[in-house]
Design a protein around this ligand. Structure first.
Ligand code: HDE
Length: 756
C-alpha cells in the first residue's frame, strides 16, 4: 500500500488520521504548527520555487488533503476570541452608551457573534435528512485484481479508510429514528485512487425504475404540502395514491412493509448497492456486480408496537445505539459480499438487471464474501462530518463502473446538483470530510469558499508555462468501460421492466409465517391511515397479483372484500427462475449466536437480592451484553444483605421497551415496591408483547402474575422466553437467560391482536 501510495503521491498523512489512536502524533494541546522558515522559492513560478514570503508547499502536494487534524479545534485552556483571533474580555454584556443606554453599532464582538449564529443552519437533505455517521475501515479478504483494479480490493488484508452515514429517507433532520422507512447505507471509501462512494440502502430494490419519477415519489411520501403532515411516515393518502398508480413499486412495498423497515439498530441491518454496477480489471474485462453488506451481529428488527413507543421515549434510538456501541468498543462490523455475473448470464434472466425494482436471487448468483467493514470511531463533530459529508453515485474509481440502469443515471446527476445548494457552492469537495486522500490537481478555480491556494499562473491545459502540468494520466486514469451503445432516441422501457409481480411474490413466499403476518399487519396499518377508500382498494387490487393470502389478509384488516386484481401490464409474465429464497427472510441471518451488545434491564428496588443482581450483572457483561440497573427512580437501591446498588436508569426515564430483555430479581420487599408501581407492570407487558425474554427469579413471579402474562404459548406449550426460576440458583438462571436472549424474540408467543 505504501508503495502504491508513494507512487501515486498519496498524502499518506491522511490515511494515518484513520489509524488507531496513539500511532499518529497529535500536536500538544494549544500548540500551533510553525511555518517552516522560508526556503528560497517563488510562488510565482510553476516550479513551486519561491523568493516571496509564504510557506512553500511540497511539489505535487495539495494543501486540502491534509489530515483532519489540520482542522480539529480543541479549546481546552484557551482564551475566548473573535473569529479574527482577538481576545474577548466580556462575553456577557453588549456595548452600550451608559448602563441603561442604547446598544452601539460598533460592538463588532456582539455583531459577529449574532451574525454567525444567524447563519448556522444549512438546508437539510431533501431526502435522507436524518442521519448518523461513523468512521472506520474496509479490509479486503483477498486480492481481487483478476476481477477489478479498484483500489480497496488490491490485496489480502488491505485496509481503506471509510466514513459511513446511515439515514432515514422521509423524515426531517429532527424526526425520529424508528419510523417505518427505508434506511440509507452510504459508504465513502477514501482510496489512493480517489474517493469511491457506495451510496446504498438497507433494501435491495427501489420503488421506481426511472429517475424521471423520483421527484414524484418523494413529493408523495413527504408530509402533505398543505398542512405538512404526517412527519416521517408513509401512512397517508398521497403516498399510497402514488404507489398504487405505479405497480412497479409493488416489490419494494413488500420490503417496506416488512420488518426491514423498522431495524433494531443500524448495526443489525443489511446494506445494498441496489443497482447493478460493473467491475473492470486491468485487461478492460468487465463483469456485472451487486453489492451486499451483511452485519456480523445478524439482521434484527423491531416490532411495530415497539417502534412506535420507542419513537416517543427516544427519537434518537438508532443514533444513540450506534454512538454508544462505538464508544464502548463494540465496533459494528459488516461483511461485504459481491454477486458477480456476466453479461451472457444476465441476458438469460427472466428480469432485467437494469431494473432497480428487481434483485438477482442468490440462488441464481451466490454472494461471495470479499471483505469486512469495521466502524471504530465516532465523528468529533456532527455538523462538520455527518451533516457536511457529500456522497455521490458519480464518485467511482478505476475498476468500478456504471450500467445503464435509468435510475442510476438520474442519481449520477442529482447528488452533486443538490449538494451545490446544500453546501453552498462548487468547492464542497474541499470540506475536510469530503476531501480525498488522493491528491487533487486540476485547473478548476475559484468559487465560494475556496480553500486551496493554487499556485502559479497556469490554470489551463495544454500549457507550456507549467510544463504541461497537471498532466493527463492516460490509461492509468479512469477509463470508462467501452460499452457498445446504439439505438434511436426514445422515451420508453425495455419489455422485462413491465413485469411487476414475480419478485414481489418471491419475496412474500420466502418469508416465515411470522414475517408474513407482520407484512399483512403493516399494510393494514398504513392503509387504515388512508382516508380515500378508492386508494385502499387500488392498493389491495395490486396485492391481489402478488398473493391471495396477502390480499385477503389486508382486505380483512380493512373491513373490505378483496377486489379484482389490477390488470397486469404484461398479459403473460415470464416464468421466474426462483419461487422461494431463504436468503430473503430476515431470520436467515441470526448473527453469531451471541448476546453481544444486547441492552438488558435488571429491575431493582429497595429490598432486592443484591448478590443475585451482582452475579447476573457480571455474567451478562462477560457475555458482551449491556446490563443496566433500572429502578423506580435513579440512585441508590438498598439490597437485602445491607449493600447498596446504583440504579442508573429508571422505569420512567428508560421505559422497558428500550431494552432487549428484562430480569426481575428476587427479594420480597423489592417485589412489593415494584408491584405497586404501574410502570413495572406496563414494562413487563411490553416485554412480553414484543416477544422478548423475561427472567423472573423467586418472588418476582408475583410481578409476572400481576401483569397478567400467560405462562403458556397460545398452543399450550411452555414459553421458552418466559423464565420463572428459583432465586437460589443464579448460575442456572443466567445460563437459561443467555440462551433465551440469544434467540432475540419468542415469536411463538405472538398473536394478532396481542393477548397482553
Ligand atoms: Fe438517493 N438521493 N436518489 N437514493 N440517496 C440523495 O443526495 C436520488 C436512491 C441514497 O447519507 C440526495 O446529498 C435520486 C436509491 C442515500 O448523505 C439526492 C434517486 C438509493 C442518500 C438523491 C435516488 C439512494 C441519498 C439527497 C432516483 C439506494 C443519503 C441529499 C433516481 C441505492 C446519502 C443528497 C447521505 C441522498 C437523489 C434514489 C440512496 C436528492 C434522483 C435507489 C443513502 O441527490
Amino acid at each position: 500500500t505504501q508503495q502504491v501510495a508513494e507512487a501515486m503521491r498519496v498524502n499518506t498523512a491522511k490515511a494515518g488520521e484513520y489509524a488507531k489512536a496513539g500511532s499518529v502524533p497529535v500536536p500538544p494541546e494549544g500548540a500551533h504548527v510553525d511555518i517552516d522558515p522560508i526556503v528560497g522559492a517563488s510562488t510565482l513560478t510553476e516550479l513551486n520555487v519561491n523568493d516571496k514570503a509564504g510557506a512553500p508547499a511540497a511539489i505535487g502536494e495539495n494543501p486540502t488533503v491534509d489530515p483532519l487534524d489540520r482542522v480539529r479545534v480543541d479549546s481546552a485552556g484557551r482564551v475566548l476570541t473573535t473569529n479574527q483571533g482577538v481576545a474577548i474580555g466580556d462575553n456577557q454584556n453588549s456595548l452600550k452608551a451608559g448602563l441603561r443606554g442604547p446598544a452601539l453599532l460598533k460592538d463588532f464582538i456582539l455583531r459577529e457573534k449574532i451574525t454567525h449564529f444567524d447563519h448556522e443552519r444549512i438546508p437539510e437533505r431533501i431526502v435522507h435528512a436524518r442521519g448518523s455517521g461513523a468512521h472506520g475501515y474496509f479490509e479486503s479478504y483477498e486480492d481481487l485484481r483478476d476481477i477489478t483494479v479498484a483500489a480497496p480490493f488490491q490485496g489480502r488484508g488491505k485496509r481503506t479508510p471509510v466514513f459511513v452515514r446511515f439515514s432515514t429517507v422521509a423524515g426531517e433532520r429532527g424526526s425520529k429514528d424508528t419510523a417505518r422507512d427505508v434506511r440509507g447505507f452510504a459508504v465513502k471509501f477514501y482510496t489512493e485512487q480517489g474517493n469511491w462512494d457506495l451510496v446504498g440502502n438497507n433494501i435491495p430494490v427501489f420503488f421506481i425504475q426511472d429517475a424521471m419519477k423520483f421527484p414524484d415519489l418523494v413529493h408523495a411520501v413527504k408530509p402533505e404540502p398543505h398542512h405538512q403532515m404526517p412527519q416521517a411516515a408513509s401512512a397517508h393518502d398521497t403516498f399510497w395514491d402514488f404507489v398504487s398508480l405505479m405497480p412497479e413499486s409493488t416489490h419494494m412495498l413488500l420490503w417496506q412493509m416488512s420488518d426491514r423497515a423498522i431495524p433494531r439498530s443500524y448495526r443489525t441491518m443489511q446494506g445494498f448497492g441496489v443497482h447493478t454496477f460493473r467491475l473492470v480489471n486491468a485487461k478492460g474485462q468487465a463483469v456485472f456486480v451487486k453489492f451486499h453488506w451483511t452485519p456480523v451481529l445478524g439482521t434484527h428488527s423491531l416490532v411495530w408496537d415497539e417502534a412506535v413507543k420507542i419513537s416517543g421515549a427516544d427519537p434518537d434510538y438508532h443514533r444513540r445505539d450506534l454512538w454508544e456501541a462505538i464508544e464502548a468498543g463494540h465496533y459494528p462490523e459488516y461483511e461485504l459480499g459481491l454477486q458477480i455475473f456476466t453479461e451472457e448470464q444476465a441476458e438469460g434472466f427472466s428480469f432485467d438487471i437494469l431494473d432497480a425494482t428487481k434483485i438477482v436471487p442468490e440462488e441464481l448468483v451466490p454472494v461471495r464474501p470479499v471483505g469486512r467493514m469495521v466502524l471504530d470511531r465516532n465523528p468529533d463533530n456532527f455538523f462538520a462530518e455527518t451533516e457536511q459529508v457529500a456522497f455521490c453515485t458519480a464518485h467511482v474509481i478505476p475498476g468500478i463502473d456504471f450500467t445503464n440502469d435509468p435510475l442510476l443515471a438520474g442519481r449520477i446527476h442529482s447528488y452533486v446538483d443538490t449538494q451545490l445548494t446544500r453546501l453552498g457552492g462548487p468547492n464542497f469537495h474541499e470540506i475536510p470530510i469530503n476531501a480525498p486522500i488522493a491528491p487533487v490537481h486540476n485547473n478548476q478555480r475559484d468559487g465560494f469558499h475556496r480553500q486551496a491556494i493554487n499556485r502559479g499562473r497556469v490554470s489551463y491545459e495544454p500549457n507550456s508555462l507549467a510544463g504541461g502540468c497537471p498532466f493527463q494520466a492516460g490509461g492509468a486514469g479512469f477509463v470508462g468501460f467501452p460499452e457498445v451503445v446504439q439505438g434511436n432516441e426514445v422515451r420508453g422501457k425495455p419489455e422485462k421492466f413491465a413485469e411487476h409481480y414475480n419478485q414481489a411474490r418471491l419475496f412474500f413466499e420466502s418469508q416465515t409465517p411470522i414475517e408474513k403476518a407482520h407484512i399483512v399487519a403493516a399494510f393494514r396499518f398504513e392503509l387504515s391511515k388512508v382516508t380515500v377508500p378508492a386508494i385502499r382498494e387500488r392498493t389491495v387490487s395490486m396485492l391481489a397479483n402478488v398473493s391471495d393470502e396477502l390480499a385477503a389478509g389486508v382486505a380483512a384488516g380493512l373491513g373490505m372484500d378483496v377486489p379484482a386484481p389490477m390488470p397486469p401490464v404484461l398479459a403473460k409474465a415470464p416464468k421466474p427462475e426462483v419461487e422461494s429464497s431463504d436468503a430473503l427472510s430476515l431470520l436467515a441471518r441470526p448473527g453469531d449466536g451471541s448476546i453481544r451488545t444486547r441492552q438488558i434491564a435488571i429491575v431493582v428496588a429497595d429490598g432486592v437480592d443484591g448478590a443475585a443482581v451482582t452475579a447476573l450483572q457480571s455474567g451478562l457483561l462477560e457475555e458482551g451484553a449491556v446490563p443496566r440497573l433500572v429502578g423506580p427512580r435513579i440512585g441508590p437501591v438498598r439490597t437485602t444483605d445491607g449493600g447498596v446498588l446504583d440504579a442508573d436508569a429508571s422505569l420512567e426515564n428508560e421505559p422497558a421497551f428500550l431494552f432487549d430483555a428484562m430480569v426481575l430479581p428476587d427479594g420480597a420487599a423489592a417485589v412489593d415496591v415494584l408491584a405497586a408501581n404501574g410502570r413495572t407492570l406496563e414494562g413487563i407487558k411490553d416485554q412480553y408483547r414484543h416477544c422478548k425474554t423475561l427472567l423472573a427469579l423467586g418472588e418476582s413471579r408475583r410481578l409476572v402474575a400481576a401483569a397478567g402474562l400467560p405462562t403458556e404459548l397460545p398452543d399450550g406449550s411452555p414459553d421458552p422466553g418466559l423464565l420463572l426460576m428459583d432465586g437460589g440458583d443464579v448460575d442456572a438462571a443466567l445460563a437459561a437467560f443467555v440462551e433465551a436472549v440469544a434467540m432475540h424474540r419468542h415469536w411463538d408467543r405472538e398473536t394478532d391482536p396481542p393477548r397482553v
